[in-house]
Structures are given as C-alpha cells and as structure tokens.
Design a protein around this ligand. Structure first.
Ligand code: NAD
Length: 292
C-alpha cells in the first residue's frame, strides 16, 4: 500500500509556483490574490489566514479583507467590483460560507471570471465542461487530479467512482476525470445521497474519490482489493485525549480501508495541502493570462 503524501506533492506545486512568480516578477508583475472574509466563523478565519500566509511565503501580493458579519449584499458587491477593477489583483476569492443574508451565487457571478481562481463562476464551470484550458478549475478536485498524476495512477480507462456531487468537489472532479488527457480518460460514476446500494457500486471502482462530509463513512466493504482511494473529507470528531478536544478525520475509515488499497491519501496531509497549493497555482495562472 502506498501512502500518497499531499504535503509532498503540494511542495512540488508550490516550487513550480515560485518559478512562475519569479518569471512574472522579472517582467515587472507580481501576482496578487485578494481573499475576502465576511463574518467571524472561526474555521473560515483560519482558512483565510493560512491562505494569506502561504501567499506571503511565496512572494505573492496578498490582500486579506475581513468584513463584519453585518456587511450587506451591496457592500460586498462593491468590494468585488473594486477588486475586479484593481490591476494589482489577479485572483479574487470570497470565503465560503458567507453569512445567511448574503446571496453567495450572486457574489460568485459578480467576480470577473478571469480573476475567479476558485473556479466557481458559471463561465469557468462551462470552460471545464468544454475542456477549455483557459478556465479555472476548483482547487480541491484539481489537487486530487494532480495527486493521481504524481502518484503514477493510471486513470485512462479506469473506473472512477466519485462519492458526492457538490459544485466544489464532486461535480468538477467527475468532469476532470472524464476529460481527455493526463489524469482523465476515466469511466466515471457519480454517487450521492440518493444512490442505491452504494457499496455495490464503489466495489467496482479502480479509483474512489470520497467527498461526502461524513467522518469515516467509506468502510472496507465499500472498497475492492487494490483500489486507489482519495479522501477529500475533513471532519472534526471529538478527541478528549487531544489538547484541542477534537481531531480531524476524513470521509474514509482509514485503518480498515488502507490495507485493501494500492494507494490512499491520509487525513490530514492528503488533499488538504493540495487545495491551497492549487489556489496559488491558479493565481499565478490568472496573472500569466492577464498579460496575454
Ligand atoms: P457537500 O456537503 O456540499 O456535499 C456532500 C455530498 O455528499 C453531497 O453531494 C451528497 O449527495 C453526498 N452524500 C451525502 N451523504 C451521502 C451518502 N450517504 N451516500 C452517498 N453520498 C452522500 O460537501 P463538499 O463541499 O463537497 O465537501 C465534502 C467533504 O470534503 C467535506 O468533508 C469537506 O469538509 C471536505 N472538503 C475538503 C476540502 C479540502 O481542501 N480537503 C475542500 C472542500 C471540501
């Protein structure tokens, strides 16, 4: 069984970013990322902080806007419009989820698609479906695909089962796996909360991508011998033995599933570090594309 280290592959992606940033700086341009947080959700705040830090470590120009929970839809739209017009900003990300009174879909649609490094704008969703390489692909599934490629997992002709159909992970993951080319050309099944007899389907899979949001949901009975398992899940479960009182686990019951696998990602240290690395890569790409 191979443990696919997201931390190691993320380092590789970040090194590539550094080379891209150096080349852009030599042309007089520094890629800039603006991360907007509305409200004070602690998990979102931690994500935003780590994105900001990673930008700075890499030498990207980083703007972190922390807006109060009382920010109105119009105020947020105004912030987005300002960032759209700012030539120093090449990537814009509004941290999800915003407070309930904000219409998130409308905010996403207001972001200039050329700066939508999260890949959530309808133009970028369409570009993914059209296999147009100028589009931006959501960072988490893009990171999963990169992990498969780097680990030497052949996706061509493989049966991949994606569990989950969210716009952030499941759907774009399925599109990437079925697209033509490296990390694609798979036969893809998408399973979700209404799927009947999930285990019968996942047992047919050469590759399982678990993006469910339920701790340790995928058990040994779901996995055939020799399968590759990518665990996207990040779930907090109580752990009274730890200082924080909780620990992070994936959507896969690692201890019972790993022995059956040809390769598997751990949680933490799997998909998580890839997501932020791909965000940096998308920002560098946005900057490169802005230069024409
Ligand atoms: P989501 O809640 O939007 O989607 C969950 C999906 O799981 C849904 O499509 C649903 O149909 C499916 N599902 C729910 N119960 C099911 C069941 N019993 N059987 C089959 N399918 C079922 O979640 P999401 O945003 O796609 O995130 C999924 C997981 O990935 C979460 O744990 C989240 O924390 C994690 N995540 C991690 C990263 C990362 O950087 N590693 C990024 C995004 C999300």
């Amino acid at each position: 069984m191979t443990l696919i280290s997201g931390s190691q592959v993320a380092e590789k992606v970040l090194a590539e970013c550094q080379r891209g940033i150096a080349a852009l700086k030599a042309r007089g341009v520094t890629p800039g990322l603006a991360v907007v947080l509305v409200g004070d959700d602690p998990a979102s705040r931690a994500y935003v902080r780590s994105k900001d830090k990673k930008c700075r470590d890499l030498g990207l120009y980083s703007v972190k806007l922390e807006l109060p929970a009382t920010t109105t839809q119009q105020e947020l739209l105004d912030v987005v419009a300002k960032l759209n017009a700012d030539p120093a900003i090449h990537g814009i990300l509004v941290q999800s989820p915003p407070p309930k009174h904000i219409d998130e879909a409308a905010i996403v649609r207001a972001i200039d698609p050329a700066k939508d490094v999260d890949g959530f704008h309808p133009v970028n969703v369409a570009k993914l479906a059209l296999e147009d390489p100028t589009g931006f692909v959501p960072c988490t599934p893009l990171g999963c695909q990169r992990l498969l490629i780097d680990a030497g997992i052949e996706t061509k002709g493989a049966h991949a089962v994606v569990i989950g159909r969210s716009m952030i992970v499941g759907k774009p993951m399925a599109m990437l796996l079925m697209a033509k080319g490296p990390g694609g050309d798979a036969t893809v099944t998408v399973a979700h909360s209404r799927t009947r007899d999930l285990a019968a389907i996942t047992r047919e899979a050469d590759i399982i991508i678990a993006a469910i949001g339920r701790p340790s949901f995928v058990k040994a009975e779901h996995v055939k011998q020799g399968a590759v398992v990518i665990d996207v899940g990040i779930n907090r479960v109580e752990d009274l033995g730890s200082e924080k009182g909780y620990k992070l686990v994936g959507d896969v019951a690692f201890d019972e599933v790993a022995p059956k696998c040809r390769a598997i990602t751990p949680v933490p240290g799997g998909v998580g570090p890839m997501t932020i690395a791909m965000l940096m890569a998308n920002t560098v790409k946005a900057c490169q594309q802005s230069l024409g």
